[in-house]
Design a protein around this ligand. Structure first.
Ligand SMILES: [Zn+2]
Length: 340
């Protein structure tokens, strides 16, 4: 296996059997206090895969920070093979401002692979690629829906990279999207470097979503088991069967007004099902928002105020939606009732 001998992140050398915290310097705030990207590295005594888990590339997506906190405390990690590199807050500037973006309004997840002498975002992306991605064999990046939107826990990945499909299935969520590669994303960097890489999406920004947190934690541990980094759990976890979507698209508001959503995340819908109702402030003119195809609701707006054309529900489409019903029920049973 490549990339197994030396491991140095920033100026810190991590030897076999060591756990180290590293601060990667990002410069200074306006008031000249230092700003760093926090990293925790757990290196097993035995070499093996090197997995990075990152969160808050969008600074307001706090779910992932909690997922990584719980992961780092998990008892399964007492003896690991290979190396786990956790970066709970990549966009430190956005995180401290409760903001998705960087202070200059750039989206850090459009700045990859970055440039050593470029903009703030380009420099941060370059640092992340050279210090983290280039030293790893696998990666998982944690996200939530964007502002005023929530997402069903789901995996997005590019199956063209060998080994990715199997890892996506191991994550134990019902819906997988074999999504298009977008320029400037960390996913494109992983694709070009042929590193199996998963994006987890679940919940909304600036809020904890317990089901998303628990399912992502279980998913990361399951991926680590599949990679041979941790031992199989004595507790037999029920597997959730995953289905890969053919595609996904937003259903948009036919009118402006005040929206009540009628379906939940994970709902299996048919063509012409009523997804929401839009009315005026006096309760008149109720316009139904209808599904234009069958599929599963994987995301929706949380804002009850809509303009014509605003995105309301993100619907993933499948060859057959019926087999997903059981998988969605298994998923709800497992993460609604599982202990923390
Ligand atoms: Zn995001």
């Amino acid at each position: 296996m490549r990339k197994t001998r030396e491991l140095q992140i920033g100026s810190t050398v991590i030897n076999r059997g060591e756990t180290r915290e590293v601060e990667l310097p990002l410069g200074k705030h306006y008031d000249c206090t230092e700003i760093n990207m926090p990293v925790k590295v757990m290196r097993g005594k035995e070499d093996g895969p090197r997995l990075f888990v990152s969160a808050a590339i969008h600074g307001d997506e706090v779910n992932g920070v909690e997922i990584i906190k719980r992961l780092l405390k998990h008892r399964s990690l007492r003896h690991i093979k290979g190396t786990l590199i956790c970066v709970p807050i990549v966009n430190v500037f956005g995180f401290n401002n409760l903001d998705r973006y960087l202070p200059d309004r750039r989206d850090l997840n459009r700045c990859f692979p970055g440039l050593a002498q470029g903009s703030l975002g380009a420099r941060m992306a370059h640092l992340f690629v050279t210090e983290i991605v280039d030293k790893c064999t696998h990666g998982i990046d944690l996200h939530t829906g964007s502002r005023h939107r929530t997402n069903l826990p789901q995996i997005r990945a590019c199956f063209k990279v060998k080994g990715t499909r199997q890892l996506a299935r191991e994550f134990d969520v019902p819906v997988i999207l074999d999504a298009d590669i977008i320029d400037g994303t960390i996913r494109k960097v992983a694709y070009e470097k042929k590193i199996p890489f998963l994006v987890f999406e679940g919940g909304e920004p600036l809020r904890y979503n317990e089901i998303s947190i628990r399912s992502a934690l279980a998913g990361i541990l399951s991926v680590m088991r599949a990679l041979g980094m941790i031992k199989n759990s004595p507790k037999k976890n029920r597997k959730v069967k995953s289905f890969t979507a053919k595609g996904s698209a937003w259903i948009r508001a036919p009118h402006g007004g005040i929206l009540i959503i009628k379906k939940k995340l994970g709902s299996i819908i048919k063509r012409n099902d009523i997804l929401g109702v839009i009315s005026d402030p006096l309760g008149n003119d109720n316009f139904e928002v209808k599904a234009n195809k069958k599929g599963v609701i994987i995301g929706h707006t949380l804002l009850p105020l809509v303009n014509r054309g605003d995105a309301i529900c993100n619907v993933a489409t499948f060859e057959r939606t019926q087999p997903l019903k059981k998988s969605m029920e298994q998923f709800d049973d497992r993460f609604d009732y599982e202990e923390k």
